[in-house]
Design a protein around this ligand. Structure first.
Ligand code: B12
Ligand code: SF4
Length: 475
């Protein structure tokens, strides 16, 4: 530290190697970006590292700083602890602060590893914390009431930001819904706090000044939670001729407003990420998802009608799921022509009602957080073994991203190129053809790599289930 200003390093540790979609997308969480920007604006020297973007894992030896701020998801909690202990070992006088989703919901995991553990949103306290005016070890943050007052992110603080393919922007916090598996409400609350459309446009304009790409991912858990706002944002993007292509997360209920879907498409929205979760109504009800299979089917029809691609996220392993319902899910995704999918395994994250239920029923197999990323069965399902659940998720991925479907996509592309060549208008080829071909190929590549890397975990599940059978009294 010289001139009273501190050198501050933020680290977003990588999750499990298996998180193939994270590897592909290489997107940072926005928390470190906001907090880093606030500290930078307060005069400190800030560098932000996201291990997914860096060419190699973060090495504390080469990154001397006064303060280390580490963020944590459940899947990256162990890596966060490891980095904290390495930093402590090398720089005994450095301050270590850990925050983020996992620190908010299971702070006890970090109390021995950091000087401060922060729960919840930290914009209001980060400067005081770094400058030493807060002494407590466990610190409670508070929700940013007016999200229009957040600073515009300084993306240049993120090391390697110029290598990113997609720009993250988040324009709201909190979610009014109450799904039992989700950690969003536990950290950000159920009050939906949103930026005004003017501020959203300012966010986009600001982001574009840091990048040469024009592809934006609106991280909002439900970008269209307030439909009026979404309409106005699209109107403004179009009237101000902001030329971007973008992705947003929405719920299936978007189909209740087809005009909005059409407008979003015109304003440059190309992808919706949607948590469909299940095609079984009983499972959807158990999740408290407030949606039905009919809602899902309708949403797919409406969305595709306006040319927006769908990344459908499903979860396997709810108590109502059976072998047949899981297999049907993969068929459903193919028959309904969902563009890309994730068939995640239901994961009880600490701090959720689902976690309390699974632990209460003594069904949790372990707390090795590295495996809590939706790619591994970590608890005993009701209607099948955990090993079967694990295998069914991979089988569903293989079915969806099959060689046969990849070949079909290639053929579709050839047909599109031929038709477009006749009219000398290649818009559709670029918009749908290459896109869908590229993503199916990437999906296939990632899944085949991931499927092969699971053998040790399968063996673990096999052993644990054999042990349990031995423990059960003979009937
Ligand atoms: C964008 C996003 C993604 C992106 C990028 C993810 C990434 N880099 O990890 C993509 C699509 C790739 C993705 C993937 C996954 N995601 Co995701 N994702 C999100 C989402 C929608 C927004 C993240 C965000 O920017 N939030 C807003 C910022 C402001 O919040 P924040 O970063 O947490 O920061 C605030 C506080 O936490 C705190 N804070 C944070 N860090 C620090 C550090 C310090 C020192 C301090 C003091 C404070 C502090 O202050 C910040 C400002 O207020 C969240 C939901 C959500 N609302 O957060 C889910 C979420 C983070 N994802 C989740 C999950 C489960 C996953 C996946 C496992 C799913 C999967 N299999 O695909 C993977 C895992 C990826 C990985 N890292 O390995 C869960 C995490 C649950 C948990 N307990 O860990 C969340 C919370 C969603 C949910 N429904 O529960 N995700
Ligand atoms: S899963 Fe989506 S809709 Fe449900 S509580 Fe979480 S953010 Fe809200």
């Amino acid at each position: 530290m010289i001139d009273g200003k501190k050198d501050i390093v933020f680290i977003e540790p990588a999750g499990n190697d298996a998180s193939v979609f994270e590897k592909f997308l290489r997107l940072p969480l926005t928390g470190c970006l906001y907090l880093g920007t606030i500290l930078h604006n307060a005069g400190h020297r800030v560098r932000i590292y996201h291990e997914g973007i860096m060419p190699r894992p973060f090495d504390p030896f080469t990154e001397r700083a006064d303060v280390y701020c580490i963020t944590s998801l459940t899947v990256s909690a162990n890596r966060a602890r490891l980095l904290a202990s390495q930093i402590r070992h090398i720089y005994a006088d450095a301050k270590i602060i850990i925050g983020g989703i996992h620190a908010s919901l299971a702070p006890e995991d970090f109390l021995d590893a950091a000087d401060h553990v922060v729960r919840g949103e930290a914009e209001g306290l980060i400067v005081d914390l770094v400058e030493g005016r807060i002494k407590e070890k466990l610190v409670q943050g508070s929700p940013v009431e007016d999200v229009n007052t957040l600073p515009l992110i300084n993306y240049s603080l993120l090391q390697g930001h110029d290598t990113m393919r997609i720009i993250p922007v988040m324009t709201s916090r909190g979610c009014p819904f109450d799904c039992n598996f989700c950690t969003v409400t536990g950290v950000f609350g159920r009050q939906f706090r949103m930026q005004s459309p003017e501020r959203v446009v300012a966010e986009v304009r600001n982001a574009l000044t840091y990048f040469s790409i024009r592809s934006i991912f609106f991280y909002d858990d439900n970008f269209t939670a307030n439909k009026e706002r979404a309409h106005t944002i699209c109107d403004m993007l179009m009237s101000e001729k902001i030329d971007i292509i973008w992705t947003s997360q929405v719920r299936a209920d978007i189909a209740r407003d087809p005009q909005l879907v059409e407008k979003m498409s015109r304003a440059g929205c190309r992808w919706y990420f949607i948590g469909f979760e299940s095609i079984t109504d009983a499972a959807l009800a158990a999740y408290h998802k407030s949606q039905t299979r009919a809602d899902i089917e309708k949403s797919i029809r409406v969305i595709h009608n306006y040319g927006i691609n769908i990344h459908g996220m499903f979860m396997f392993g709810e108590d109502n799921d059976t072998l047949e319902s899981l297999r049907e899910t993969a068929r459903f995704a193919i028959q309904h022509d969902i563009d890309t999918v994730q068939f995640m395994i239901l994961t009880p994250f600490p701090g959720t009602r689902l976690f309390d239920k699974i632990v209460g029923e003594n069904r949790l197999y372990h707390k090795r957080w590295d495996y809590f990323d939706g790619m591994y069965a970590v608890f005993r399902p009701k209607n099948m073994s955990a090993l079967t659940l694990q295998n069914e998720s991979i089988a569903a991925y293989r079915k969806f991203y099959s060689l046969r479907r990849l070949t079909l996509r290639a053929l579709e592309l050839v047909i599109l190129v031929t038709i477009d060549a006749l009219t000398w208008n290649f818009k559709r080829v670029f918009r749908y053809g290459f896109n869908s071909m590229y993503i199916t190929a990437a999906g296939r590549f990632m899944v085949s790599r991931f499927g092969g890397s699971q053998d040790t975990y399968r063996q673990f599940l096999n052993d644990i289930e054999r042990q349990m059978q031995h423990k059960q009294p003979a009937s």
